[in-house]
Design a protein around this ligand. Structure first.
Ligand code: AMP
Length: 399
């Protein structure tokens, strides 16, 4: 079944058409800088890249341009459903859902929890329905996979009313990636997904790690927002919340501005002063830049500590799984993390790690050591698969 996957952000719209029977991506593209004079649409089809300027385009014009490209290439008529990435599903959504008025109201209810993303995700859903009124639309939530976390993992130790009246709790994100990657890992390990214990480290610009047991997320490093947890490209990850009250008056800025800096000027970028990009930092560190080296060391140390913590809810580790741009591509970062985790029995196999586990069914650790794997994430495919399943169910129910 061919599915259009849409990820509508505040100033961008990412799309792909995926054939779910074999996971083949027929076309993928990105409308970016939406709302600005530099707005543009780029896409890749049949190995060729194309770009179109869309000066001043808003979301509507951008999505219309995407649909025109699909129509011109003869791809629109074969699409059977639209899968939307939605960032925050709060406690409303424990799984992907066919969009109807109730689902839209639920996504709207979660806007206070995801103020930057949910409004844009809703815009994508509304435009998708207007452009393809005959197609079912499915919402796939970043948070849904983590709704299996037990209360001891998701509660903050704060006044009870903060949770009860204001839904302040840990939600976790990257759920679509963690679900896809943990499934793939089980397959590589030759174990049933429902009897597998893995820790997935999704290391991209945003980073989070999740303990997955028997197909369920038991704990994860991100919290109420994607700011909690690991050190990331520009996000600080965990800090003492009292830091905000300490630094705001000293810098003469509001707490909101401090939180903005924790999101946008911290992490690898903040420590290094060089870049938020791991590849750039590794090169700078190799060239003798001490702060770049320090940024990588803090990143690795904090990640290793978090991974060790996630062993607690699992009880055993069938595999630690690296994914995301850093996890899939940086043998150096993986080796550094595994070295710090020697206490858990990890031992890198240098040759396997160097070719990203390709020659050993994803394995990058030595025989006899605790297993670590490299698995490429594919959130778009997971969204397409969920959408196809729900569309097929809807069709069967209608018959
Ligand atoms: P993502 O958000 O998943 O696209 O990941 C982006 C991150 O992956 C950036 O920090 C990149 O520098 C990093 N990355 C991609 N390729 C490599 C590589 N070969 N070595 C180190 N980091 C990489």
């Amino acid at each position: 079944m061919q599915i259009l996957v849409l990820n509508c952000g505040s100033s961008s719209a990412k799309f792909a058409v995926i054939e779910t029977s074999d996971g083949h991506e027929l076309i993928s593209g990105l409308a970016q800088r939406i709302g600005s004079p530099q707005a543009s649409l780029g896409w890749k089809w049949d190995g060729k890249k194309q770009e179109l300027a869309l000066p001043g385009a808003d979301h509507k014009t951008s999505l219309e341009a995407i649909v025109k490209v699909l129509r011109d290439l003869g791809l629109a008529a074969t699409i059977r459903g639209i899968g939307h990435r939605v960032v925050h599903g709060g406690e409303h959504f424990t799984a992907s859902a066919v969009v109807d008025a109730k689902v839209i109201a639920g996504i709207r209810d979660c806007i206070p929890l995801g103020p930057l993303h949910n409004p844009a995700n809703l815009t994508g859903i509304e435009l998708g329905a207007a452009l393809f009124p005959e197609l079912a639309q499915v919402a796939v939530f970043d948070t849904a996979f983590h709704q299996t976390m037990p209360s001891r993992a998701y509660l903050y130790a704060v006044p009870w009313a903060w949770y009860q009246d204001h839904h302040a709790r840990r939600y976790g994100f990257h759920g679509t990636s963690h679900r896809y990657v943990s499934r793939q890992a089980a397959e590589l390990l030759g174990r049933p997904y429902e009897a597998c214990a893995t820790i997935v480290a999704h290391l991209g610009n945003g980073c989070s790690a999740t303990a997955v047991k028997d197909g369920k997320s038991l704990d994860t490093t991100m919290g109420l927002t994607p700011l909690e947890g690991l050190v990331m490209g520009t996000r600080s990850g965990d800090v003492d919340p009292a830091l905000i009250g300490y630094i705001a008056p000293r810098l003469g800025i509001t707490p909101d501005k401090v939180i903005d800096a924790l999101n946008k000027q911290s992490g690898l970028h903040g420590i290094s002063g060089v870049s938020n990009d791991m590849r750039t930092l590794l090169e700078a560190a190799a060239g003798g830049n001490d702060r770049a080296k320090l940024a990588v060391e803090v990143f690795v140390y904090r990640l290793a500590k978090a991974i060790a913590g996630l062993a607690v809810p699992l009880g055993r580790i069938d595999a630690l799984v690296f994914t995301g741009g850093i996890g899939e591509n940086s043998a150096q970062v993986r080796a550094m993390v595994l070295e710090q985790l020697a206490v858990l029995g990890f031992r890198t196999d240098e040759a396997r790690n160097k070719d990203h586990g390709r020659s050993a069914k994803g394995r990058i650790t030595a025989d006899g050591a605790t297993t670590a794997l490299v698995v490429a994430t594919n959130e778009e495919l997971m969204i397409a698969l969920d959408t196809a399943t729900l569309v097929a169910g809807k069709q069967a129910a209608a018959r």
